[in-house]
Design a protein around this ligand. Structure first.
Ligand code: KG4
Ligand code: ZN
Length: 362
């Protein structure tokens, strides 16, 4: 009797489990992932079965940034290769749903993923849902975080900071399905500022990790770079002026590039990073206080920055707020984060049009 009940319950549980195939091609990483997803929109549970990513960074590096048509060409080449790799790893590959990034991102790159996903869904006779790349970043901490639903309920209200190469957004969330944009960058994104400052320091693309590496050996109080919009009573950001300050500083101190003088490139990197992080962390914490948030969620490529992770975690902890950040392997663009975004879109019955939307918002 008990055995039959357990068997029946397990059968019902299996019915709610979905295998999701996710595709990401919005920028310079081609990603295909396979996820096992279950749970509800208030307590989703996912397990990443495969997360295959091919980066195009070496190809774009010589141009100092991502070239859209090159990205498209590479995605077209990489998608079938990655899918073949997935099939080789899982010869009995089966899935219940295909999801693909429809925006925001580079449109020629997005289309490659959409077309591939459409063909795949048709061939395997499964539904296809679009995913928002920014929602992918937002939810990415769930790929490796709280397994128990009770912990998840204590997350809200939450403040989410999404910091990537194209976006800097602060959200207030009441649930995983309901949020309000508190602010965003008015010009450059945080990651873009890191990339541009890296170029000024003669470092290669993408600049974020390079600036962080240099900053570790520098003095963060060597130069008092501005903290744009920190004093303003809103939740918007601006990083273009900070980058320009670094530009002027390097122009007026040519000895730095030559490795001479009292101030080093490491000091410039550390001082710039301190200024950028100061604004990001202080504005996020201000929002936490104002909205009485119970957790802070950090995501996007810049969330890979250890100094930012550590500082935001420390500041959140100080005021009794939980802190969530994805594992390092899920910070940069990948298919798994699109898997969870697609699953949530499916649960929330959110149907994005199957067309590339470069400027899609969250
Ligand atoms: O999320 P992502 O992979 O792509 C976009 O959706 O834009 O973010 C890429 C951005 C790049 O600007 C890169 O320089 C930045 O994230 N980034 C970092 C670090 N690692 C990557 N920025 C600061 N510190 C890092 N460690
Ligand atoms: Zn991204």
């Amino acid at each position: 009797m008990v055995r039959a009940l357990v068997k029946a319950l397990f059968f019902i549980y299996r019915l709610t489990v979905m295998i999701i195939l996710a595709i990401e091609t919005s920028c310079d990483e081609t990603g295909i992932a396979l996820l096992d997803a279950t749970g509800t929109a208030t307590a989703p549970r996912v397990k990443v079965l495969e997360n295959l990513v091919t980066t195009q960074i070496p190809i774009h590096r010589e141009f100092g940034g991502v070239v859209p048509n090159l990205a498209k060409r590479e995605h077209l080449k990489n998608l079938p290769l990655l899918f073949a790799r997935l099939k080789a790893k899982r010869p009995k590959l089966k899935f219940d749903l295909v999801t693909v990034t429809v925006g925001p991102g580079l449109e020629p790159a997005l289309w490659t993923g959409i077309n591939f996903a459409q063909a795949l869904a048709k061939e395997h006779k499964v539904p296809l849902v679009g995913a928002n790349h920014l929602e992918g970043h937002l939810y990415s901490f769930l790929l490796s975080a709280p397994k128990n639903a009770a912990a998840i309920k204590k997350l809200f209200p939450a403040i989410a900071l999404i910091v990537s190469g194209g976006h800097t957004i602060l959200l207030k969330l009441d649930s995983f399905s309901k949020w309000k944009r508190l602010g965003e960058t008015r010009d450059d994104a945080a990651g873009e500022a890191f990339d541009k400052v890296a170029r000024l320091l003669g470092l290669s693309y993408p600049g974020g990790p390079e600036v962080e590496r240099l900053a570790r050996a520098g003095k963060s109080d060597a130069i008092a770079f501005p903290r744009p919009m920190l004093a303003e009573k809103n939740y918007d950001f601006s990083f273009s002026g900070l980058k320009t300050s670094v530009l002027y500083y390097m122009r007026d101190h040519t000895e730095i590039a030559a490795g001479k003088g009292a101030i080093s490139k490491e000091d410039v990197a550390a001082s710039f990073q301190a200024a950028a992080l100061d604004v990001l962390v202080k504005k996020t914490i201000r929002a936490v206080r104002e909205y009485g948030a119970r957790s802070v969620m950090l995501s996007g490529g810049v969330a890979a920055n250890k100094a930012l992770r550590a500082r935001l975690q420390r500041e959140a902890k100080k005021i009794g707020c939980a802190f969530f950040v994805p594992d390092f392997k899920y910070n940069l663009d990948n298919g798994a984060m699109i898997g969870i975004a697609g699953y949530m879109a499916h649960l929330r019955k959110k149907r994005y049009k199957m067309e590339a939307r470069g400027d899609m918002e969250i």
